[in-house]
Design a binder for this molecule. Structure first.
Ligand SMILES: [Zn+2]
Ligand SMILES: [Zn+2]
Length: 222
């Protein structure tokens, strides 16, 4: 008796994602809907993106009594904030994920035959939705979050965001060899007759990138 009493206290009813299921009659068939906005639990995020602590999470759920427990399904919506993986700018996007989770009664066959890590449990008159919600949201977080799908990222020349650069933005990046040629050609234009002698001034060994890194090691496979 006292053991049961202790287990009933495991779930803190004051936590916003702990749902009271007293209105739901035990036994298959009973159902109720639940629409509620709750503050996001802490650390609902991965590295670059997530739901800010305390940000509103909209629950639109259906709680159904099934033989073994309560099946919770529906959707969870929140706003993601973080950093764009492409342009490193601030990110703010809506996220909606579907949830579908069985919570087993403590004395059900499911409770006897499964582990708590596989099938979640009902604690007395309550079930704690937070772990299920956390799993669903974190799984849905994008690996490379984008501020918008068409985010153009950063200019490789100057590191500025393409979205903030004029459409004709570009960099005159010349290969050193072309730079020498350009100078010579410019000189030619001014002084016709002193034609460029590229071979004299632009030797491969001087300008080309180092070619001394042997690749022999890579061919030795097998
Ligand atoms: Zn971006
Ligand atoms: Zn640039």
């Amino acid at each position: 008796m006292s053991e049961v009493a202790v287990s009933l206290q495991r779930v803190d009813p004051r936590r916003p994602l702990v749902l009271d299921i007293r209105e739901l009659h035990r036994g298959a068939g009973s159902m109720r809907t639940l629409r509620r906005t709750v503050p996001a639990p802490a650390d609902l995020r991965v590295e670059m993106v997530g739901v800010a602590d305390g940000a509103p999470i909209d629950l639109d759920l259906r709680l159904e009594s099934v033989v073994e427990g309560v099946f919770v399904s529906g959707s969870v919506s929140a706003e993601l904030t973080g950093e764009c993986g492409r342009c490193l700018g601030p990110l703010q996007r809506p996220l909606t994920v579907d949830v579908g989770e069985l919570f087993a009664y403590p004395d059900s066959a499911t409770e006897q035959t499964t582990d708590e890590t596989e099938i979640r449990r009902i604690d007395g008159d309550r079930l704690d939705l937070e772990p299920a919600l956390r799993d669903a949201v974190v799984l849905a977080l994008p690996l490379t979050p984008l501020c918008r799908d068409e985010c153009a990222g950063l200019c490789s020349g100057c590191g500025q965001r393409w979205d903030e650069l004029p459409a004709d933005h570009r960099h005159e990046i010349l290969d050193p060899r072309w730079a020498v040629l350009a100078e010579r050609v410019a000189g030619t234009a001014l002084e016709p007759g002193t034609g460029p002698t590229v071979a004299d001034t632009c030797t491969e060994g001087e300008i080309g990138p180092g070619t001394g890194t042997g690749t022999g090691a890579e061919t030795g496979t097998g």
